[in-house]
Design a protein around this ligand. Structure first.
Ligand SMILES: NC(=O)c1ccc[n+]([C@@H]2O[C@H](COP(=O)([O-])OP(=O)(O)OC[C@H]3O[C@@H](n4cnc5c(N)ncnc54)[C@H](OP(=O)(O)O)[C@@H]3O)[C@@H](O)[C@H]2O)c1
Length: 299
């Protein structure tokens, strides 16, 4: 499993969180296959260094970086506009950016920071890039989730509350939202040639994920991860497999782990819930009339 000879010459990929961890490895793998890869995150120094390293290792000089802060709706809109105007196509969108241990506070958009960085920002970005993904079809969206989703819950009246969720439950809720969004997205783009799948990377070694959490917790987590975790190159390979393998071109609405179709969260079958999540997410990020490709579809 996870092995594919797929060549991506002529294809364009966006990898959020491509400056570090598994996103960096995914971007590297896609670059080795010949794709033009745009990596996106907040820190320009990290992005530049990642771009240089990917170019050097892959021998592919079509690697670009763009600034993106998922914790700011304005930043997501600017990034999406930039991609929509500068790229003629978009074949692959890999959503791996995320963070834990963030302060429990509201953003300038009035949303819970943890929810915004780990879910709302990704929802908005994907929504805005959908027209370009559609016009480039067959194209693929790969959404990073985690096993934490199994303990997550969605309380639409409280999901932006401060002081309600702890370090673990807040991230679990985001991962559940990403997984359910991924399935609802599949339902909404059926027949367009765009696929939407989520994946669980299990536990990954040598990433920056624990940098924001208190030092004692960080040391314990890192020890645990070093013993049990997968090499991050391995996870990058898994993501690239989902993004590139020809046999997955039409596979959509699935959840993957270790490159296998994996048992998804039971709530994916609750279509009323996933529909409600979609509508509530559109409202939370303030999708405008012009951005609303669902309303703009000629029936
Ligand atoms: N590592 C694991 O064991 C594991 C297991 C399950 C799930 N996951 C999930 O997988 C995702 C990636 O994890 P990782 O281990 O690869 O983490 P990582 O090494 O910390 O990489 C995270 C990436 O996301 C970017 N990022 C963080 N906050 C951002 C923001 N507000 N806007 C845009 N980009 C942002 C980071 O760059 P900047 O900070 O420079 O913006 C970085 O490029 C996370 O969502 C994590 O929850 C990880």
């Amino acid at each position: 499993m996870c092995e594919t000879e797929a060549n991506l010459k002529g294809k364009v990929a966006v990898v959020t969180g491509g400056s570090a961890g598994m996103g960096f490895e995914a971007a590297k793998n896609l670059a080795k296959r010949g794709a033009k890869v745009i990596i996106a995150s907040r820190n320009e120094t990290k992005l530049k260094a990642a771009r240089d390293e990917i170019e050097e290792i892959s021998g592919n000089n079509q690697i670009a970086y763009r600034m993106l802060d998922l914790g700011s709706l304005k930043s997501v809109r600017n990034f999406a506009t930039d991609v929509m105007t500068s790229e003629r196509r978009l074949d692959i969108l890999v959503n791996t950016a995320g963070a834990i241990g963030l302060p429990d506070k509201l953003t300038e958009d009035g949303l819970n920071l943890i929810m915004q960085v780990n879910y709302f920002g990704t929802f908005l970005l994907t929504y805005l890039l959908l027209p370009l993904l559609k016009s480039s079809a067959p194209s693929r969206i790969i959404n990073g989730s985690a096993s934490a989703m199994y303990i997550g819950e969605l309380e639409f009246d409280h999901w932006n509350d401060i002081g309600r969720y702890n370090l673990v439950t807040s991230v679990a809720n985001c991962k559940l939202a990403v997984t359910l969004f991924s399935v609802e997205l599949d339902r909404r783009v059926k027949g367009t040639g765009v696929t939407s799948n989520s994946f669980d990377p299990f536990i990954v070694r040598d990433t920056d994920l624990f940098n924001n959490i208190p030092s004692i917790l960080r040391d314990i987590s890192k020890t645990f991860v070093d013993i049990l975790g997968l090499r991050r190159e391995e996870v990058g390979k898994q993501i690239a497999y989902l993004a590139a393998a020809p046999e997955l071109e039409r596979v959509s609405g699935m959840h993957y782990k270790f490159c296998f179709k994996w048992i998804n969260h039971w709530l994916v079958n609750d279509k009323d819930l996933t529909r409600r999540l979609w509508e509530a997410s559109k409202e939370a990020v303030g999708i405008t009339k012009e951005e609303d490709w669902e309303a703009n579809v000629v029936k």
